[in-house]
Design a binder for this molecule. Structure first.
Ligand code: FES
Length: 61
């Protein structure tokens, strides 16, 4: 299934310790609230390499 948008939220150790689980759950809840579950895929990824910047979220496109 192809999605219109992808939200990549870092699941690396640094970001997970900086509210990673909470951010992931809130993204899922907001997608449901907005009715866009079939349009956007929310995925936990590995480390982006910017750990010191805080929790990293990448939205494509
Ligand atoms: S742990 Fe998230 S960018 Fe490294």
């Amino acid at each position: 299934m192809a999605y219109n948008h992808y939200i990549l939220t870092c699941g690396g150790t640094g970001c997970e310790s900086n509210k990673g689980a909470e951010i992931y759950e809130r993204l899922i809840a907001e997608a449901r609230k907005q009715g866009v579950v079939g349009e956007v895929q929310i995925v936990k990824t590995g480390c982006f390499g910017f750990c010191e910047k805080g929790h990293i979220v990448n939205v494509l496109p």
